[in-house]
Design a binder for this molecule. Sequence first.
Ligand code: NOJ
Ligand code: CA
Length: 557
Amino acid sequence: MIIRETIEPGAPFRPNRDAWWRQAAVYQVYPRSFADSNGDGIGDLAGVTERVPYLKALGIDAVWLSPFYPSALIDGGYDVDDHRAVDANLGTLSDFDDMVAALRSSGIRIIIDIVPNHTSNRHKWFREALDSPPGSLARERYLFRDGLGEHGRLPPADWTSIFGGSAWTAAGDGQWYLHYFAAEQPDLNWKNREVRDDFLRTLRFWADRGVNGFRIDVAHGLAKELPLELPSQAELDVMPRDGTHPLWDRDEVHDIYAEWRTVFNTYDPPRTAVAEAWVDPSRRVRYARAEGLGQAFNFDLLEADFEAESFRRIVTFNLDLAAQSGSSTTWVLSNHDVVRHATRYGLPPLAGRPDKQGREWLLSGGEVPILDSELGLRRALAATLFELALPGSSYLFQGEELGLHEVASLPPASRQDPVFYRNPGVDIGRDGCRIPMPWTRSGPSFGFSSQAAHLPQPASFGRLSVEVQGSDAGSTLSLYRSALALRQRLQCDESLEWLQTSADAVLMFRRQNGWTSVTNFGSSPVVLPVGEVLISSAPLEHGFLPGSTTAWLITSL
Ligand code: NOJ
Ligand code: CA
């Protein structure tokens, strides 16, 4: 790739300190797979601390740390035993404090995951609930219902869990509890004042320890209204957009976030939050309002094929939504729940088919359809540069800066994701994007640990390691570093102007300071606009922008 940093090295864009999150580059750390400091094969908090220089050199503004709480790891840590503690396998509270201090001294902020929709089944509340009789206060913290049939032997309704199988599990005394995810993740009852107060305490606990913000898991699921006569799954599948669905995106959920906002605003600067809310895009605005969580994930790009018209529509639509909420928009191409974007873009497009990207390919162990891994990565880098030039914040997932692909060929015995176990033959699950990071060319787990990693890495990870790529100016890692450094210098007001291009497959937009991003989504080279080229995701061809490539330029206004 061509990197010509010819712009004047003026002062970097400095957002108002309360609004640091509006256009931040946030890097998601999945802690068990990032770096292992003590050789037990599991990544830990001290491992993150050791790698702070790496994160600083990468040029990110903040880390989003996925759950690090005590957990039996039924759902990768999203089954939380205690929301105000650190899993002993990952370290201690003092390791947490050291990590926050190290990040802070490198100018990196931290957002942590809050999991309020459910606890784990090992949480003290849930153990107490199972030990208490139907109708007890302990059961009121969760969603227990009487079973149907003789002695309540049948579940109260035919609801299916998002991970497959029934959403109800028997308590053993005629009652059943609701779990929209794994059976080990009982859903909390957010009508219960004690539940609400406990989470306020959790938010304060971490904010007091210097956490800058929170990523809210399943933010659209907390408020539930289960009628006496439970609807069928078929009825639940109908999703009204008016906040009246019994389980999802109810209007009252925002009362909860209004309380949280009061807590956030007692801090200086106010703590921030970003909602993981899988809702109709038109309803996202409610989560993103300043009186609520303040920002919401926009997964539209993550669900789109690599295609100019879709990308353009999504950007315009989301900038408009952001203007309605007063928040900035977010962009996500990869995270710990989806097939990595380098892989998605190397598979045939979904073209509107209602399927999970890469599902079929994963089920076949990575055989069918045939993956064009080179094209996938090339497009991924073009999409990343496109994303990083957009107004708003970009959420990056660990390993994408190394161009890692999804790993499809894991032995079944190594799999960890409950999706794999609850949905045999239908879904393979998400382990393939959670494979530990390769830090060195060789070694038992490529520098991740001094022994084998908890999920096996493919041999190809060695040549993709930080050690190999860090010293190669043409590597994916070098591209990310240069792009993030440029982004920090070029960041400006939150708007863009679409510019006319010579072909439908080419998108070009300009920010107010002349920072221009042009992406060729097609395959034939196109003429580059006049301007000073700063960086490109693949080598340019004599003034032409080849297919599946993005370039940044400074163009005159
Ligand atoms: C969303 C998280 O991103 C995912 O990893 C988790 O399995 C579910 N929420 C349940 O907590
Ligand atoms: Ca460890």
